[in-house]
Ligand binder design. Structure first.
Ligand code: ATP
Length: 301
C-alpha cells in the first residue's frame, strides 16, 4: 500500500505545482494583455532610419475617450535638430513623448519617422531607434556599470566609462569606494535626481539612438546643477533628432524650434528670439520664470 501511496502523493504535489504554475501563467498573460496598449500590426516592417526626421501630423489623443488630451497637434523635428515643447502642467507635453515611443497609439492623425507611420513598424525596431531620458529614472538594484551598460548590453567597461564621462558622472562614480561596482538603486547607494538623470544620459549615449527624447526633471535644481544638466543635454543631443519636454525655459533657449502647448493645442511655434518678439504666451511664460529666478537668485548665490 505504502508503495502506491508515495507515488500518488507525489502526483498530487506535482498536480498542485502544475495548477499553480498555470494560474501564474494565466495571471502573467492577463497582465501582459493589459500592458499591451499597442501591438505590432500584422506584417509590420522594420523601421528604416535614414535621417531620423520626426513629424507629428494633426495628432489627436485621449487616454479616456471622454477626455481628449491632444487636439490636432502638428510639428516636425528635422533630422539632427532639437525641438522643445513647453506649456503649463497638464498641457500634454509628456503625452507627446509617450506617443512617439508608442506606449499608446494616436486617436487621430499620425506620427512618422522618415516618412514611415510608426504604427506600421515593429515596436522593437521603433524602440531601438529612440533613446529616452525620463523625468524620473528608475535604477536597477545593481552596479552603476550594469545600470549604464543596460543601454547597450555587452558594452565594455571602457565604453561604459566613456559614456559616463560624456554625461559628467564619471568623476562622481570614480570617487565612490567601489567605483563602477557600486550598487545603486533602492537597496544601494541613493543618488540624487540630477545624478540619476546623468546615469540615464550615459545609458542613452551608449545606446546611441538616432532619436532622443529628453523629459526634463520637474524637480527644482540650483543654478549650477541646472547649467550642468543643460550642458549634458547638449552633448547627448549632438547630431541627434531630439524632442525635449521642458519645464524650465532656460533649457530651451538654444532649441531650433519651441512648440508652445496649451490644453493640448499648439498655440505658438518658433525660435526663442522670435517668440519673445511676438510677445505672446511664450514671452509671458519667460517673463514669469525670469521674475521667479531673480527672486531666488540671492539665496542661490
Ligand atoms: P507636466 O508638466 O505636469 O509633466 P504634461 O504637460 O507633461 O504635464 P501630461 O503628462 O502629458 O502633461 O498629461 C496631460 C493630461 O493627461 C493631464 O491632464 C493628465 O492628467 C492626463 N494623463 C496623463 N497620463 C494619463 C494616464 N495614464 N491616464 C489618464 N490620463 C492621463
Amino acid at each position: 500500500m505504502i508503495q502506491l501511496y508515495i507515488p500518488l502523493n507525489f502526483l498530487g504535489v506535482i498536480y498542485r505545482e502544475i495548477k499553480q504554475a498555470l494560474t501564474d501563467l494565466d495571471k502573467m498573460f492577463n497582465l501582459l494583455e493589459r500592458e499591451r496598449e499597442v501591438a505590432d500590426a500584422p506584417g509590420a516592417a522594420e523601421l528604416r532610419v535614414s535621417d531620423g526626421a520626426v513629424r507629428f501630423e494633426s495628432v489627436d489623443f485621449a487616454y479616456d475617450p471622454a477626455r481628449p488630451i491632444l487636439h490636432g497637434v502638428s510639428f516636425e523635428i528635422p533630422a539632427g535638430r532639437t525641438v522643445a515643447v513647453v506649456g503649463a502642467s497638464g498641457a500634454g507635453k509628456s503625452t507627446l513623448a509617450r506617443l512617439l515611443y508608442r506606449f499608446y497609439d494616436v486617436s487621430g492623425g499620425r506620427i512618422t519617422i522618415d516618412g514611415q507611420d510608426i504604427r506600421g513598424v515593429t515596436q522593437q525596431s521603433l524602440r531601438r531607434a529612440i533613446g529616452i531620458v525620463p523625468q524620473d529614472t528608475v535604477l536597477f538594484n545593481d552596479s552603476v556599470e550594469f545600470n549604464i551598460a543596460y543601454g547597450r548590453p555587452g558594452a565594455s567597461r571602457a565604453e561604459v566609462e566613456a559614456a559616463a564621462r560624456s554625461a559628467h558622472i564619471h568623476d562622481f562614480i570614480a570617487a565612490t569606494p567601489q567605483g563602477y561596482e557600486t550598487v545603486v538603486g533602492e537597496r544601494g547607494l541613493k543618488l540624487s535626481g540630477g545624478e540619476k538623470q546623468r546615469v540615464a544620459i550615459a545609458r542613452t549615449l551608449l545606446k546611441n539612438p538616432a532619436i532622443l527624447i529628453f523629459d526634463e526633471a520637474t524637480s527644482a535644481l540650483d543654478s549650477a546643477n541646472e547649467r550642468a544638466i543643460q550642458a549634458e543635454l547638449k552633448s547627448a543631443a549632438q547630431g541627434k533628432t531630439a524632442l525635449v519636454i521642458a519645464h524650465r525655459l532656460s533649457t530651451v533657449v538654444d532649441a531650433h524650434e519651441i512648440v508652445v502647448l496649451d490644453h493640448g493645442r499648439v498655440v505658438e511655434r518658433g525660435a526663442h528670439a522670435e517668440l519673445l518678439a511676438r510677445d505672446g504666451r511664450y514671452a509671458e511664460m519667460w517673463r514669469l520664470q525670469q521674475a521667479a529666478r531673480d527672486a531666488d537668485e540671492p539665496a542661490d548665490a
